[in-house]
Ligand binder design. Sequence first.
Ligand code: ME8
Length: 652
Amino acid sequence: MKFYVTTPIYYVNDVPTVGHAYTTIACDTLARYHRLRGDDVLFTTGTDENALKVVRAAEVQGLPPQAFVDQMADRFRRQWEELTISYDEFIRTTEPRQHRAVQTFFDALYRSGDLYLDTYEGWYCVSDETFFREEELIEGRCPNPECGKKVEWVSEPAHFFRLSKYQQPLLGYIEEHPGFLLPEFRKNEVVSFISGGLRDVCVSRRASWGIPLPASMPDSEGFVVYVWADALVNYLTCAGYPDDSARFEHYWPADVHVMAKDIFVRFHATLWPAMLMSVGIALPKRVVAHGYWTQGGEKISKSRGGAVPRPGMVLDQIMAETGCTRLRAVDALRYHMLREAPFGQDGEFSMEALLGRYASDLANDLGNLLHRVLPMIARYRQGRLPEPCAPDPELHPAAKRAAEGWDRAVATLDFRGGLEAIWGFLAVANRYIDKQAPWSLAKAGEEVALDQVLYSAAEAIRIAACLVSPVMPNTAAEIERQLGLQAWQREWDQASAWGLLPGGLAIGEPAALFPRPELAGIEKAGRPTVGTGRAAKPLEERQMISFKEFQKLDLRVGEILSAEPVAGADKLLKLTVDIGGEQRTMVAGIALAYKPEGLVGKRVVVVANLEPATIRGVRSEGMILAGWVKGDDTSISIVSPERPVPKGSTVS
Ligand code: ME8
């Protein structure tokens, strides 16, 4: 099976943001997954360099356009390498192969009778590189809500493409191919856009920077191809068009074009399929639009002023906050972005949420699995894996469910759903270790059972590495190294298989996978590490309370009976706590440090006589105590009695 996946080719007027990184990471994940399945993958990305806004950006920098685009394309390439993007082709639209492809394509458009010369009179938004009619403008500006920039009047001879001719063929095609456009609600936008009437579009400009119209076309002198009509053809060029027809026949049509909603309706779901219909080339199998990454509700964009989150900055911050390596930070960013936003919807980008996921999902769920099991193999079995045992009746089916869950979810690019399925397996694996308590088996001298549990737990780790590898390739390789699997040939089927680890395998050198800040001993200015506590002020500076005042506090031991997220609040959990014959609802800001399911049954210390308050519509009747580094919600650690005491016991 072949699998051809594309990112948009990005404008090089500025360096990439986390928004560009997201599309590229999503496509990389698809490419890696399909390679693991043994598919022949073509994964392409690149840069869109023939735009007017690129020429203007070069002018601002005082550079000739070619020197400017060379420099910027290089920055994109380096950025993708840093994020371990495994592209097969990086195309630049200034390359000769793109010139040949675009000219061949335009020649074919002309021969199909769909190009004609006329005069364009209307508006052009340079930022969006889009032509607009007077009635489309909003208060005389670009109607795109994320742009709203001033538009320029254009009155010049231009070539038009007969888009209007394709209104019915496009609607028919969309109806007959239900999987062509995703998600469904965006497909409806496309249908209403096309049904609203299509006008012929201008596809050439009088300019010197860009790809000249083919000389074979009459009246081509002095014209270059409109940047969008040029850029879309990159998808054909990367597959071998027009020079390598065997390669082109093999890879085309693309299996999926991925992009954000900004360039979906007008360009990828309307203009592109219509142009392909015109020249008689098959349409891509699937065109998919995801939502925007926002900050403060506004789209993160290169042209927006202020601090725009760039991938490099984000990696620096993850490393500074956690003490992890750069490759681990790369994987944390990749994981967070795919897990956070439901595909198709907008997602708010926040470092706080990213670090929360780092602590709970990566350091706790994934990292702990490894760090609990490998030291026990070292300690109880001198670092050598016991012999393979029969498939564990809990772990093996759970692994299969996770792999199938990912397969199903990823077919519709539901990365979040796919990762939830995988994290379901990690929860089963962690529970397995709790339940089997290998440390107790060791104490009791139950050697056969201990062998079985250690082997099964190691298999669970091997499977986890395989499952997470499309999203976190660097972490998967590091887990395998720590297991002792150097140069392991990973395949997707191995996630559902059992017993692949050879008995007697010598496990590798352990190292913290996702170190936690408190372990890395990171000291922030004015911010002590967790555990060392805030430096105490001299006694006389502190506000003192009398013993009598202290006695007013009704502190009691409680047990958490249930925990669930509070809708619309990232940090809050709604808890039901039994404080000794009485059940209370409490809202606690601990969601970045604890998962609801891990809290049930936990003993906590509660302020039982705190005035009730309504938080996000939930009445909270008390407060649970926790230690934390002020300002760092991921550092929260609940106060729990050191030894079992009955619920309702007084704390004083
Ligand atoms: O449109 N959220 O290039 P471009 C999500 N050259 N995705 C985002 C994003 C955000 N805040 N910001 C950028 C172009 N993206 C054309 C494409 S293709 C034939 C030509 C991603 O540099 C997303 O994939 O403006 C979006 O569609 C793309 O970058 C736009 O990149």
